[in-house]
Design a binder for this molecule. Structure first.
Ligand code: FES
Length: 504
């Protein structure tokens, strides 16, 4: 005997039905994954973040305490459950909101000039990929003339096993490495097929796949345990060329366990290392804040764990940058005004995404509902969302980590903000940030706001440069090898600044 799980999506697609054997207790999250719906699971499916809510009707396990703690009375009455906790016992229907799949992603990125000299093949097409912790950006190029033929951005399906690198490293070390490898390999293969279809071109002959150090370890199913414990020395820094079935895949060189090949690629695309005599800073702000300072021809880098708050996770009303999420908040006539991603502005918001969160905190400071210590008399309404005092604490921790990292970098180089000529912001999140709000909460010093240049997805552009130019590929290896890395975990300046920077 068997039973059926029916999955209905908000995109009005025909329901999908999957058969299971009687007696199987199927986790709702697994049923969604089987349907190719890789839901956002920031806590890695441990039932602690409450972000994997779906509506389900039919034969289900009884509501657990963990679920009841995360669901409102109205949600429980409407049949909402946590997908990583509730199990199907027999026939049922799951209703899934595909807003979660329509994420705002970024494929455009800044390029510095380079000469076309593809190192792997001069014919056909090549694929450049940037595996981000949150999104995967892929680009198809002509190797003959260097033209971009098609590009796309997808959610990283590994999010089902944690929003940040550390949760996924933990998952990998507990038997999940092959799962992570399969998910990302499948995502890249599908993206490649889709790009070829969009451009009506045959399969690529060469690939360059960049990403942070953990992402490249997952892709190659390499042991990520050096990223989990001091001294954080990785055995496989990459800079490797792998040939399989006539296709060459190049994995760029990482700088360290926490400063990955995506930063190498972003530095290459930014052109900062091509110039001498300039003092410039490259920042990629996300769950990790990676920073590289170029001063007097020397490159010093650091990485600081900001946690997932700035990307909307770990925040009670946090959301990814999806349709319906609040992405901008400003003050008009003393009141907060919210903007939602997408056309509809008069619907209840899905939540606050990272840029909306920073704006909201800046706006609360402006109207003095929040003070510089992070104190708020009561939780604040941001449109239809509520920002709690615990959420503010998460923002303080993230902001303090990034700003303290930056201060430590400057201290090591012996310079002040005045010396910096340019600040290059890399990464999708950095591209959507509102610099004034960042300065208002102290994430970026006010002195640097006027010096910001937004690079977009520079890691994707850097990967393309390595695909299309042998010289640039070789130069990227030099950049990574010559970089000096500061270990913030043992740095006394960082510790002190971290405490000071907790204030807004
Ligand atoms: S509670 Fe289900 S993913 Fe966190």
């Amino acid at each position: 005997m068997s039973f059926c799980i029916r999955i209905v999506t908000s995109a009005n697609d025909a329901p999908l039905c999957f058969e299971y054997q009687d007696g199987e207790q199927v986790l709702l999250a697994d049923a969604l994954s089987r349907a190719g719906l890789h839901q956002d699971r920031p806590c890695g499916g441990r039932g602690v973040c409450g972000k994997c809510i779906v509506r389900a009707t039919g034969a289900l396990t009884p509501m657990s305490d963990a679920e009841a703690a995360h669901l409102t009375k109205e949600q429980i009455q409407a049949g909402c459950r946590l997908a990583c906790v509730a199990r199907a016992l027999g026939t049922l229907s799951i209703y899934y909101n595909t807003y979660h799949a329509n994420m705002q992603g970024l494929t455009e990125g800044f390029f510095t000039n380079f000469l076309l000299s593809p190192p792997d093949s001069t014919q056909g097409t090549g694929l450049a990929v940037d595996i981000g912790t949150t999104t995967v950006a892929a680009y198809l190029y002509s190797l003959t003339d260097g033209k971009l033929l098609a590009s796309l951005c997808r959610t990283n399906p590994q999010r089902a096993h944690g929003a940040d690198v550390i949760s996924r490293v933990d998952f990998a070390m507990h038997g999940g490495l092959d799962t992570l490898r399969d998910l990302i390999a499948d995502c890249i293969d599908t993206a490649e097929r889709d790009l070829c279809e969009m451009a009506r071109s045959p399969a690529p002959r060469a690939r360059v796949i960049t990403g942070n150090t953990a992402m490249l370890h997952f892709l190659t199913a390499s042991d990520p345990s050096p990223m989990a414990a001091a001294p954080f020395l990785i055995k496989r820094p990459f800079g490797e060329r792998i040939v399989k079935d006539g296709v060459t895949t190049y994995l760029p060189r990482c700088i360290s366990a926490f400063i990955g090949a995506d930063i190498t690629a972003a530095l290459l695309a930014s052109g900062l290392c091509h110039e001498t005599g300039k003092t410039a800073l490259l920042m990629d702000i996300g769950t990790n804040g990676e920073m590289a300072l170029l001063h007097q021809g020397k490159l010093i880098c650091c990485s600081t764990a900001a946690g997932p708050a700035l990307e909307g996770a770990g925040i009670s009303c946090g959301a990814m940058a999806v349709e319906g999420a609040i992405d901008r908040v400003d003050v008009r006539d003393g009141a907060l005004h919210c903007h939602l991603i997408g056309k509809a502005q008069d619907i209840p918001a899905v939540g606050l995404c990272g840029t909306g969160l920073i704006d909201a905190v800046a706006a609360l400071l402006e109207i003095e509902e929040l003070d510089e210590t992070g104190y708020m008399e009561e939780d604040a309404d941001i449109g239809t969302c509520t920002l709690t005092r615990a959420d503010i604490r998460q923002v303080q921790l993230a902001k303090a980590a990034i700003r303290a990292g930056l201060e430590t970098l400057l201290h090591t180089a012996g310079i002040t903000y005045d010396t910096i000529d340019e600040v290059a912001l890399a990464g999708g999140f950095g591209s959507y940030l509102h610099p004034e709000s960042c300065a208002a909460i102290g994430l970026i010093p006010k002195e640097l706001v006027g010096k910001i240049r937004v690079l977009g997805n520079a890691a994707g552009s850097g990967a393309a440069m390595m695909l299309l130019s042998g010289e640039e590929r070789a130069f990227s290896e030099q950049i990574a090898q010559n970089a000096e890395v500061i270990d913030l975990s043992t740095n006394p300046v960082f510790m002190q600044r971290y405490v000071d920077e907790m204030y807004f």
